[in-house]
Design a protein around this ligand. Structure first.
Ligand SMILES: [Zn+2]
Length: 243
């Protein structure tokens, strides 16, 4: 194929824009924050399960505390009734039996109160664990919200830059020979589409052309479209080519 050398030089602009378009598409599809946002979502699920478990433990302790308090109330009611009966009892044997029971109820109440104290201490620990976990989840949510907002901005920036690059590319391609652009598109579908030949090196693949290849390039007409023997990219010749 033959093409205007000026058009061939424009292939370098197309190749540069195509590289940029590829990077912007990747940035748009997968902003740098995306991986961490996914991690945070998984982390929040784990943290939420753990919070549910901790709240369950705290609820168990609250239920235990309520049971002990109910038991204390029963003991108190019984002690009050016994004390009233004792106050009015004229029977020494009954009085003795009531005193024994009152002593036993006092021991029972003391045991219950010891148990109550222990449950309250555990409850305090459980409360602080629930609060600490809620703070962890809040921190996860905050980081997630911040990164999501950053990702949204990054996607919007990439989208805007991508549209500009695509417009530039369309404008450059429209001003070039259609068959040259078609050839470039075919080649760039599987690798670099064009590369500058600089001092005997193809800049698309960085291979140094052999003496034989270089003399073939020297002999080719200036409007001949030549390709790199290594990577297949269209070799664009300029004053820097070393010909
Ligand atoms: Zn090459």
């Amino acid at each position: 194929m033959n093409a205007d050398p000026a058009d061939q030089r424009k292939l370098l602009d197309l190749a540069e824009l195509d590289g940029r378009i590829k990077r912007l598409r990747a940035a748009k599809a997968n902003p740098p924050q995306a991986a961490r946002v996914q991690e945070l979502l998984a982390q929040r699920t784990t943290q939420t399960h753990e919070l549910t478990r901790l709240i369950g433990l705290r609820d168990d302790l609250l239920a235990e505390l309520a049971r002990i308090e109910a038991d204390v109330a029963v003991v108190d009611a019984r002690a009050e009734r016994d004390a009233q009966r004792l106050a009015t009892s004229a029977n020494a044997k009954e009085a003795q039996s009531l005193e024994n029971e009152l002593a036993s109820l006092a021991r029972r109440k003391s045991d219950l109160e010891d148990g109550e104290l222990s449950v309250m201490e555990r409850l305090e620990t459980a409360d602080s664990e629930v609060a600490a976990h809620e703070a962890l989840i809040a921190a996860t949510n905050d980081e997630g919200a911040r990164l999501s907002a950053e990702a949204k901005t990054a996607v919007a920036d990439a989208t805007r830059d991508l549209e500009a690059a695509e417009r530039d590319r369309a404008a450059i391609a429209a001003a070039m020979a259609a068959d040259l652009v078609a050839m470039y598109d075919r080649i760039s579908a599987r690798g670099p589409g064009a590369g500058l030949l600089r001092r005997g090196t193809c800049e698309a693949c960085m291979m140094v052309l052999s003496g034989t290849d270089m003399s073939a390039v020297r002999q080719a007409a200036s409007d001949a479209v030549i390709t790199c023997p290594e990577c297949g990219a269209i070799l664009v010749r300029t004053d820097e080519s070393g010909l």
